[in-house]
Design a protein around this ligand. Sequence first.
Ligand code: 7RM
Length: 643
Amino acid sequence: MAEERTYPPSPEFVKHAHVKGMEGYRALYKRAEEHPGEFWSELADKELFWFEKWSKPFEWNPPFVKWFVGGKTNVSYNCIDRHLTTARKNKVAILWEGEPGDQRMISYQELHRLVSRFANVLKSRGLKAGDRAIIYMPMIPELPVAMLACTRLGIIHSVVFGGFSAEALKARIQDLEAQVVITADGGWRRGKEVRLKPAVDDALADCPTVLDVIVYRRTGGAVEMKPGRDRWWHDLDEKTAETCDAEPMDSEAPLYVLYTSGTTGKPKGIVHSSGGYLLQAHMTMKWVFDLHEEDTYWCTADIGWVTGHSYIVYGPLSVGATTVMYEGAPDCPQPDRFWRLIEKYRVSIFYTSPTAIRAFVRQGDQWPNAHDLSSLRLLGSVGEPINPAAWEWYHKTIGKERCPIVDTWWQTETGAIMISPLPGAVPTKPGSATLPLPGVLPDVVDLNGKPVELNHEGFLIIRRPWPSMLRTIWRDPKRYEEQYWKRIPGNYLTGDAARCDSDGYFCILGRVDDVMNVSGHRLSTMELESALVRHPAVAEAAVVGKPHEITGQSVACFVTLKQGNWDHEQLAQDLRQWVAHEIGAFAKPEQIRFTDALPKTRSGKIMRRLLREIVTSNTVAGDVTTLEDLSVVTRLAAQTEEE
Ligand code: 7RM
């Protein structure tokens, strides 16, 4: 690692931190490593509410794990009800601002009322524990309300990011065999209404399991309501009671399914549990974000991604925090909206992505400098590797060299942060996620599972199961086993490459499989390729990630066409629209190149590695001995970009 500078936490920060100094961290880590059952049991007992105690801390039958076996709990109860008997009852739970500037401050008591009422609505529609709800909503308080209402009754929810198209939504509804869709007319983004209900209508043409659609009115835009199927949230809510008991749920009952991109065209439904998931989301709020009663905490993610689940909703509410939620774009009406919000609400902990940070760098320091950011005491980063230059800017310009930065590495599958500095303990190094959290045993290995030497690149694995680990892939345990546990038997394969230095610090380098990371959004090359070949003009397509200054990677496509007379410029436009339609606008290719052939191995596999080299450097240096027709590559490299 070129970057050698380290930043120890200030004595002032250490003094008030939940985990103090390296000794504090090491003691926790050691106990978790040596006595995992006792370690997690004690925390589960002390930190969460249980209707019934478990008989065993965990049961590991690789690749399947259970935590707090036989225990009964309820996530909604833990996030709301238990705070009502404390001084938190009138504390703001959700501090929300809409893009147009409207505000709502929802206390824990008010949240209890909203969630109970909506749980009664779901009950009145005949929904019960084990049923599935799709939630397709903008970033408004009713989104967490819907999640918590499901959780209260044991209904398994799946939040679909509002940026996904009708096609993507349909695939998720069908895979989950959902009975209900909870949505809204639309939301606000950059001053425009982003309509959601029309996408639901399109998707539902092919989803026979869905009997109910509940629509929240956010924008007031025109909506078609299908009689017998669609109902307004406010009509149902009007007729319902204010209280609804939380259902005691098995610790292992699925809490939610979140779809994420894998190496094939079909998204994987990652299944998370109740007890284990909540415990680790809760503990990492304290360990990593050092959350104290007086903090105002803001994670800028969308709840449609796992970061929003664990660190806007479940983690923060479980610890009784004030969690800030913002509906719209960071540059609306001007590039200083985030700094405005921090100043206005006196945000003390701010958690965002490297993509956002790089965009702020580009907009210029005048935007943050015009605001009072002195309320900040801790900064976080997630979603992709953060380059040292962006890290340094974040540290100086936003943190004024006062705030520790936690670079948090984790995945949809891990449920909670796995590798990150504890801000009052671990000295940080720009570009490194630093050390594993208590209970996490990562390693960097070669293809045979043998640990690589220090400072050498290898596959990042995790050696032991942890409480918030995914339990399976929805209705596909075989894919779960093959994807994560077969390659290095008995170990969890993350799909990331990493390097470990002589201090034991981990530097995460990015994906080793065909998964791309565009603005921290996970996309699979296969998913994009299958979308492209569904277009009538396309014969074959290969998609790779191209390094991008702001978004980390952008989508680059190589396309061969069917017979015909095509206007390439027009077609490139059409294909962009097509991808937006099939997956969502955020997945639109930046670059489309038309070619007569794709480079393939003798067995017919597209050599994406070569294409990656072409988009990165316009040359090919790697091994091409398995390539069938070498001239394809030279022609592609020589060809100037279509755009
Ligand atoms: C939380 C989330 C997971 C993938 C993961 C990595 C990359 C995430 C970091 C990171 C370097 C980080 N879930 N990633 N955080 N890479 N440093 N701090 O992003 O399922 O959507 O993506 O994101 O490649 O495997 S995710």
